[in-house]
Design a protein around this ligand. Structure first.
Ligand SMILES: Cc1ncc(COP(=O)(O)O)c(C=O)c1O
Length: 500
């Protein structure tokens, strides 16, 4: 390159030096400033008035073509980009900001979170790897999480994109720590099968993690549950023994702190004992349920969670930090680093300057470049205080228990599973409707609840039957919202059964 430069004529060199550099900065900063202010107001208006709109609205088919236009070659400008957002995106949100959105496990976001997301986007730190404020904020958040979850101060942790990656990281460390051979250097080839255990209610991300980590889906042993939807400890002990006899290597035990299906929590104290006796890594998936540990009122629901070797949980679910942000904590910091540390010429830490960082996040997870997720958590916690998140969780648990009682009192609704935390599974099942019609009827009710913008529960299957599933991790939900759901479920059920 330089040779070519020096061989240019003087005239050519001067020409090159004079060609203005093209940049992505605006020529008119005023226009960006105007759009930015309008956008912020629009988002605050949305959050403030979200309850007045529908819980969900379908994208009209007439707009389909608009999402298929090719990428513009020429600039259209920020105003046009923003107008397109207002027309094509903003009117059709997923709906999870709404007080009657209870599908899957929703987080709503907050106005403060919006501000933090804006600031993180504006600063655009390449977080974690460098000697900067963002790294310090990340590690301060991890220290806060370690404290909130009752882990030892020597534990390690990292913010992730969510619970799935948090599970992946925790199980990776468990695999490497318990394999009995060098998985990090040599992989798994030719070795005895490693086995992971969890109840049949274990989240699919755990199975996916086992697939990705070379453990294999078939080596995740899904153990039966009792009538509270918690792992059957005797069946677990048998499975471990059977596997050892068969020459497999039991490695990781998953404890659920709030299953995605019904919100059940395994007996984590007992599982910690079993893991210690059987020399297994004890990973707890507390994607939403772990937050119950933040309130005196609900901590008992997840007793034993602080005995995990690794704990995965989300901050974008029950604490409503804007998507996406999860967290994994690992009790043994050395084990955590052994699984993820890597060396590269271009990443050598220096004693001073930008690269002077002691414990880069790169050595604690998959990502090198990462966005500044920590700011959203840090500012949310400063804004609300840790206690408020626990209070919200406790309120949601109380509401869910009252909603379950309401369902049980009605003879046209049926509670389909215990609801110990923030999830209730139920269906419309009045006397007289044949059993074999209930699945179809409730599936239609669910779609109409969503299409009419009334509410967004999701579904699951309980003992094979279709259930409406309400995951009340929603800080905006009032009990009147849940009463409305019950009324509307019955109204729709009657109307659909009558053939309308
Ligand atoms: C129990 C459980 N584990 C893991 C996950 C995955 O978390 P994420 O969606 O943040 O990847 C979920 C998501 O709902 C969950 O409920």
């Amino acid at each position: 390159m330089l040779d070519a430069y020096y061989s240019m004529t003087e005239q050519h060199r001067q020409h090159v030096a004079r060609v203005p550099k093209r940049t992505l900065d605006p020529s008119d900063w005023r226009a960006h400033r105007d759009v930015a202010h309008r956008a912020l107001d629009e988002m605050l208006d949305y959050q403030q008035g979200v309850a007045d709109g529908p819980a969900w609205r379908a994208v009209p088919a007439e707009l389909d073509a608009e999402y298929q236009t090719p990428a513009p070659l020429e600039a259209q400008g920020i105003e046009r980009a923003y107008d397109d957002f207002l027309r094509l995106v903003m009117p059709y949100p997923t709906g999870n900001a709404h007080p009657r959105f209870w599908g899957w496990v929703p987080g709503q976001g907050t106005p403060g979170g919006l501000i933090a997301a804006l600031l993180a986007g504006g600063m655009n730190n390449v977080s974690g790897q460098f000697n900067d404020g963002a790294s310090r904020v990340h590690d301060q958040v991890i220290t806060w999480m370690i404290d909130a979850m009752g882990f030892p101060t020597t534990a390690s942790g990292i913010l992730t994109s969510g619970g799935s990656v948090a599970n992946l990281v925790g199980i990776a460390v468990g695999r490497d720590a318990q394999a009995g051979f060098d998985t990090v250097a040599g992989g798994l080839a030719g070795e005895d099968a490693l086995r992971v255990y969890g109840s049949v209610e274990t989240h699919s991300s755990v199975v996916k993690a086992a697939q990705l980590l070379g453990i294999g889906r078939d080596n995740v042993v899904l153990v039966p549950i009792n009538d509270r939807f918690e792992i059957d400890a005797a069946a677990l002990a048998e499975a471990i023994q059977r596997d050892r006899k068969a020459g497999h290597r039991p490695a990781v035990l998953i404890g659920n702190a709030g299953t995605v299906g019904t919100g059940a929590t395994d007996d984590l104290d007992l599982l910690a004992d079993i893991a210690a006796d059987a020399n297994l890594w004890f990973h707890v998936d507390g994607a939403f349920g772990a937050i119950a540990a933040w309130s005196d009122e609900t901590r008992h629901l997840v007793r034993g969670l602080d005995r995990a070797d690794s704990l995965a949980f989300d901050l974008h679910k029950w604490t409503s930090v804007p998507y996406d942000v999860g967290c994994v904590l690992v009790r043994d910091a050395d084990a955590h680093h052994r699984s993820f540390a890597s060396a590269a010429n271009y990443l050598e830490p220096l004693d001073r300057g930008t690269a002077a960082v002691q414990d880069p996040t790169n050595g604690r997870g998959l990502q090198l470049s990462r966005g500044f997720r920590a700011l959203k958590v840090w500012m949310s916690i400063k804004e609300h205080g840790m206690a408020r998140f626990g209070e919200v969780a406790a309120d949601c648990v109380r509401q869910t228990s009252e909603f379950s009682a309401l369902v049980e009192r009605r003879d046209d609704l049926e509670l389909m599973a215990p609801a110990p935390m923030c999830i209730a599974c139920f269906r419309y099942a009045p006397r007289g409707v044949p059993d074999d019609q209930l699945d179809g009827l409730n599936r239609e009710i669910l779609m109409r609840l969503q299409e009419e913008g009334i509410a967004v529960p999701s579904s699951t299957r309980i003992d094979g039957s279709f259930a409406l599933r309400v995951a009340n991790t929603n800080h905006r939900t009032t009990f009147a919202d849940l009463e409305h759901l019950a009324e509307e479920t019955v109204r729709l059920g009657r109307s659909i059964y009558a053939g309308n």
